[in-house]
Design a protein around this ligand. Structure first.
Ligand code: AMP
Ligand code: ZN
Length: 114
């Protein structure tokens, strides 16, 4: 059994409202939103770092990113959106399962150092 919050969301061990799901990934709302709309786009397969990806993971991640603009209406992306992937301690990664933050619904500033 995987001791990882997002794996537990993925396999249903911990219930969570999934805004969208397919065979490859799922989308939930972030519990601590940093924008009007703050979603987490999460591959179902567990890995922490981009550097760990297999060929299959690369293909899956590409499909996941390609799916995002197709969900424009559902995720309210009409005005634009921002994607963020935190990697490691300096970036503040807190969940060791790769995920893409998707922020939308407002004008956003740019302060990468937070
Ligand atoms: P990161 O800091 O990039 O690893 O992102 C982890 C994100 O997961 C943070 O933005 C948290 O607010 C979010 N998060 C943690 N626990 C939950 C939860 N139970 N449901 C939804 N989002 C969560
Ligand atoms: Zn995991």
């Amino acid at each position: 059994m995987c001791d990882c919050l997002f794996c537990k969301f993925s396999n249903g061990e911990i219930p969570v409202e999934k805004v969208y799901e397919d065979g490859n990934f799922f989308i939930i709302r972030d519990i601590n939103p940093q924008a009007v709309n703050h979603y987490l786009v999460i591959p179902k397969k567990h890995f922490k770092y981009l550097s760990e990806m297999t060929e299959e993971d690369r293909a899956n991640l590409g499909e996941m990113l390609a799916a995002i603009p197709k969900l424009e209406k559902l995720l309210k992306l009409e005005g634009g959106y921002r994607l963020v992937i935190n990697q490691g301690d300096d970036a503040g990664q807190t969940v060791p399962h790769l995920h893409v933050h998707l922020l939308s619904g407002q004008k956003m500033g740019w302060n990468p150092a937070g």
